[in-house]
Design a protein around this ligand. Structure first.
Ligand SMILES: C[S@@+](CC[C@H](N)C(=O)[O-])C[C@H]1O[C@@H](n2cnc3c(N)ncnc32)[C@H](O)[C@@H]1O
Length: 275
């Protein structure tokens, strides 16, 4: 089994990562998802067994495990073989009968039917057509979408510098007051799928498939991703069919320091749901 890169999961007395790393189940990342879902599905576990969850781009399966432990019928979808091997190892070790994984591109979500809860954590900003994908998610979600994602800023002079931003980056890192927002080297502000945002380069076009499959956290099938502006992301969520859109910030704190995580990383947790 290759090394786990992010999800520290307790498997009996063992853990998938080091003893000093926080367990996913104890992290604010998971607790914020759990407490959100409990607003809609307060349980108990036996009641949750009537409902289903899909975990898109599930990496090593940590969130899927926790949903299954809550009682939900859970499917994790993940495109990379190295990651899905870890998911299946975790399934085998936990013995959870309501936990399943599929090795697939999340764009094929429609093939798996509808889910009551959709977790889209760290995935939307890896897609080149995020709005079309939000539509797919909405069509396949009965109740609630928990979306954890980066977004782009409308005003950021660094992204107008083009290649010069590569020179500017090391300079701003040394002068702390300049470095109030992480520099993702995004492209210029543009419109795509009718919404504003900026392009993010994941890997060089033409990179061999076997190399891309080893980039365990990256996009798959598109070498550039489109990061929507936050206000365009929210507009799109309503436009594709969600009735309510909230922002949830309980995930900050513990390993999501510093306190300004949301502002610094332009990343937040959005909860969208249907009446
Ligand atoms: C940044 S990681 C986030 C993982 C996990 N959801 C989490 O938040 O810890 C992105 C994950 O999405 C997967 N991924 C990226 N594009 C995908 C696609 N088109 N279909 C399925 N999985 C994809 C990657 O392999 C990786 O596991």
């Amino acid at each position: 089994m290759n090394t786990f890169t992010s999800h520290n999961i307790a498997l009996g007395k063992e853990r998938t990562m080091s003893d000093t790393a926080i367990l996913l189940k104890d992290s604010n990342l998971w607790k914020s998802v759990k407490s959100t879902v409990e607003l809609f599905y307060p349980g108990p576990q036996k009641e949750n067994a009537k409902y289903s969850v899909v975990d898109l781009g599930c990496l090593e399966g940590g969130y899927s495990v926790e949903f299954a432990k809550m009682g939900f019928n859970t499917l994790g979808i993940e495109v990379r073989q190295d990651n899905i091997d870890k998911c299946n190892y975790v399934k085998q070790q936990t013995g959870l009968g309501n936990l399943n994984f599929a090795k697939d591109d999340v764009r094929n979500l429609k093939n798996y039917g509808k889910f009551d809860i959709t977790l889209c954590y760290g995935l939307l900003y890896h897609l080149d057509n995020p709005v079309a994908y939000l539509k797919t998610i909405c069509e396949n979600t009965n109740k609630v979408l928990v979306l954890h994602t980066h977004y782009a800023n409308e005003f950021d002079f660094r992204y107008n510098l083009g290649a010069l931003n590569n020179l500017y980056r090391p300079f701003e890192k040394r002068i702390k007051p300049l470095y109030t927002k992480r520099n993702f080297r995004l492209g210029r502000l543009t419109t795509h799928e009718g919404y504003r945002g900026r392009w993010y380069k994941e890997w060089n076009a033409g990179t061999a498939d076997n190399k891309v499959s080893k980039m365990l956290w990256a996009s798959h099938g598109n070498n550039q991703s489109f990061w929507l502006l936050k206000r365009d992301l929210i507009k799109a969520l309503y436009a594709v069919g969600f009735d309510h859109v909230f922002e949830q910030t309980n995930f900050t704190g513990d390993d999501m320091a510093p306190d300004n995580y949301v502002e610094y990383n332009d990343r937040s947790m959005i909860v969208a749901f249907k009446k």
